[in-house]
Write a protein that binds this ligand. Sequence first.
Ligand SMILES: Cc1cc2nc3c(=O)[nH]c(=O)nc-3n(C[C@H](O)[C@H](O)[C@H](O)COP(=O)(O)OP(=O)(O)OC[C@H]3O[C@@H](n4cnc5c(N)ncnc54)[C@H](O)[C@@H]3O)c2cc1C
Length: 449
Amino acid sequence: MSVSTTWTESISGAVYVGEDIPVAYRTDRSGYVPSSAPEVLVVAADVDDVRRAVILAADAGLTVVVRGGGSGLAGGASAGAGSLILDVSRLDRILEIAPADELAVVQAGVSAAQLDAEAGRHGLRYVPDPASVAISTIGGNIATNAGGLRCVKYGVTGDSVLGLSVVLADGRLIHTGRRTAKGVAGLDLTSLFTGSEGTLGVIVSATVRLHPIPVRTVTVAAYFADVEQAAAATAAVLSARVRPSLLELLDERSLREAQDFLGVRAQSAGAFVVAQTDGFGADAEARIIESTFGQFTSRVLVGDDPDVADELLAVRRSALPALERYGRVLIEDIAVPRTRIADAVRRITEIAERHRSQIYTFGHAGDGNLHPIIVVPPEDASAERRASDAADEIFATALELGGTITGEHGVGVLKRRWLERELGPDALRVQRAVRAALDPSGLFNPGKV
Ligand SMILES: Cc1cc2nc3c(=O)[nH]c(=O)nc-3n(C[C@H](O)[C@H](O)[C@H](O)COP(=O)(O)OP(=O)(O)OC[C@H]3O[C@@H](n4cnc5c(N)ncnc54)[C@H](O)[C@@H]3O)c2cc1C
């Protein structure tokens, strides 16, 4: 395809065509690589660029794949033949911080880490904290409705979004939502675009909630004999009606690998759980968690020393990089009702044995959101196929236990064929109708979700 001078004259950012498009733009961090190459890459410099690129793509018969940080784990930003990649990561200005209203207005390319740091100067913070805060964009976090460690108390990304500015398939710019703490005028279009994975429009800016930085944070960690005990203890904590600000679990294998990776003295255990409490009631809540954990194990640690907290959290944060030492990792992302966590982990262990796959499980126990990580060693020729079969059984297990195939990473390309099984044909038809109403010619991310 030849890019006419109209393109380069119309777009004030950068335009790349064909083989000039850097290879990294073909996909995200999912490992999925389309078999063909995208046609055009537009790196938008401003909102006008986004509008023009959408209109030019439609006129040229190209589809549009919106891209933020490219850190997605579902193949949502992957782009093949006939597509234009619209990179919005350079729309990276914090437009406003309004401390009295506890909100910020940011362009889509701002990272959560960047906003959190800026909010900190006002005694506030931006709470959504996917582990990819530094490499993803808030636009992408909203498009995937990303989760993170703090969800158990503060909710997912969508719970922090008050309003959006979105470029539609015909190039119009609309504004959804509001700046007020409440507001119910009309259908909730903000929620509709949240989690839409680039299929309904291009999010160019967002109005988001900020929260006070907690006055105090206390960390409670515990080593358990097995996952059953750990899962029972986390369920008991939540039944005690305390709200930890994070509640994370590692199985025995993940714990061992994370400790080895960090080079710290190994604490052998069947499972490890780390919790934090924050705010004015942090000490009182931590005491309840300590005594609840104490009903299941004698190995409980409590403290408010930030260095010790960092060390304990480092174990959780290192679990993934520790496994990446052994080959390609498939990062799965199921969620089950919190009361079924032990069943899920037990069934995942059986699946691993059946498919002779190396599966390590850790995740956000407070949300019932587990990340079974399947390691595909490079020297094992059939490992890829066995891993894929194991992943299928893991999704089936999640649904059988009353859960979901994706707690936070999204459907993208990789989980498309599982979507109908989870939603059912009627709900899927409604979703398709919504998509057709907003994007009748199928411009945005066709073949995804
Ligand atoms: C090391 C690592 C850790 C991670 N940890 C977490 C975690 O803790 N929790 C979690 O939920 N996820 C996590 N992820 C997954 C990923 O970071 C999130 O899905 C993130 O929200 C994607 O943001 P992004 O800007 O990189 O989006 P991209 O990967 O660029 O795009 C993701 C999807 O959103 C669409 N999109 C992107 N920007 C826009 C926009 N402005 N408007 C409309 N659509 C858009 C794309 O088309 C695509 O479908 C992790 C990934 C990695 C690599």
